[in-house]
Design a protein around this ligand. Structure first.
Ligand code: NAD
Ligand code: ZN
Length: 349
């Protein structure tokens, strides 16, 4: 599959398929004199004798989130400069969302910006590799230092997903499920049916591809998040607070955030848009730690949501909900209303 973004200019293509990496890569690298490969060290370990065997002297970066520290980022940019990177070079970043964020940020700021290609290798990265947001972490919070920098292309070779550990499949699925909810009621329903007894890559492949299209639609129409791109935060307001508090993987926290979103959407609409009991059974059946919602400290959660970088006001918290026609909308909930909802959610668990 090939999908093109629909910005007014500087569009790029997202290539998705099995075993496409080397062929599509050749098409891009033929336009550049020097190509620098930045690869997550774990991913390189899995694929150095396979898909990645033709890559010479890649720059290996720390596995996962460690790549997003200041220290790792400094090593990475110094390394690129040491090896003589030029404005006219191409950077290719291979790894999950963390590698993509750190490598993408290096491409954004080294020499004030060089072209780069994203090669996502996790399920979650079907989301993070698209949209041009790049970042590293600060001691004040995640993703606080970054830039918008569009890739010149995204090559999503689904063969990479074959070595993903179970925990990463569960985490990545959180965003796949989110995209299905943003897509339509039917999309979410069919994804649930396909995963009723467990999540396999084969079963969700089609939904991953649909998720890519959904994400592309949102970011193409609102690159800098002044409007509808906000809808991609579905499940993320409480999700981020849970992720921070309980130190669980991002996508797992998002599943819990989506459950809370469903509860609040029902209450706000005064209608049963979501059958909560059904979702509760489904998520717990897949081993998501839904029980944490029954234990949460409401004041603590509210405090964390208030500090989310996307929240500007103090007396209300922005939420993306779903309405009766199954369309997402943005609203602000005042603190006391939210406290009531959160205690309702606790009781419903
Ligand atoms: P990740 O990049 O940390 O990867 C998770 C783990 O899986 C790491 O240990 C990694 O080494 C390993 N791994 C990666 N590919 C593998 C493979 N094919 N086989 C086996 N192991 C593999 O995590 P992630 O979940 O992909 O991404 C999370 C990051 O994405 C976070 O830092 C988050 O902030 C960021 N993110 C960015 C955006 C954006 O728009 N830029 C959106 C969502 C999330
Ligand atoms: Zn997310």
């Amino acid at each position: 599959h090939e999908f093109k973004t629909t910005y007014p200019d500087n569009n790029y293509t997202v290539h998705v398929g099995h075993g496409i990496f080397n062929k599509v890569m050749k098409h891009y690298t033929s336009h550049y004199n020097e190509v620098f490969y930045i690869v997550d060290v774990t991913v390189y370990g899995h694929f150095r004798d396979g898909i990645l065997k033709d890559i010479e002297d890649p720059i290996l970066i720390d596995s996962g989130e460690s790549a997003k520290t200041f220290q790792s980022f400094m090593n990475l940019t110094e390394n690129l400069l040491e090896q003589g990177i030029k404005r006219s070079s191409l950077v290719v970043v291979i790894g999950g969302g963390a590698a993509g964020d750190a490598g993408g940020f290096a491409a954004a700021v080294t020499l004030r910006g060089v072209d780069f290609i994203q090669v996502p290798t996790t399920i979650l990265a079907h989301d993070s590799a698209i949209g041009g947001k790049t970042a590293i972490n600060s001691s004040h919070g995640k993703n606080l230092i970054g830039a918008f920098h569009r890739p010149s292309g995204v090559i999503y070779d689904l063969e990479f997903l074959s070595t993903l550990p179970e925990s990463e499949i569960m985490s990545g699925f959180g965003e796949v499920f989110k995209h299905s909810l943003l897509n339509s009621k039917e999309a979410a329903r069919s994804l649930m049916a396909k995963t009723a007894f467990g999540i396999s890559i084969d079963a969700i492949e089609e939904s991953i591809i649909d998720g890519i299209k959904t994400k592309m639609d949102y970011v193409s129409s609102d690159e800098f998040e002044s409007g509808s791109r906000k809808f991609l935060n579905l499940g993320h307001t409480l999700g981020h607070a849970i992720e921070y508090q309980y130190k669980i993987p991002h996508g797992q926290a998002i599943i819990l955030g989506l459950y809370a979103m469903m509860y609040i959407s029902n209450k706000t609409a005064e209608n049963e848009i979501f059958d909560l009991q059904k979702y509760h059974e489904y998520f717990s059946g897949l081993d998501y730690p839904v029980g944490l919602l029954g234990e949460m400290d409401i004041e603590q959660m509210i405090d964390l949501m208030r500090h989310d970088k996307k929240n500007i006001k103090n007396e209300a918290i922005g939420f993306v909900l779903i309405d009766e026609s199954f369309s997402p909308y943005f609203t602000e909930l005042n603190i006391s209303t939210l406290e009531n909802y959160l205690s309702g959610i606790k009781e419903s668990i």
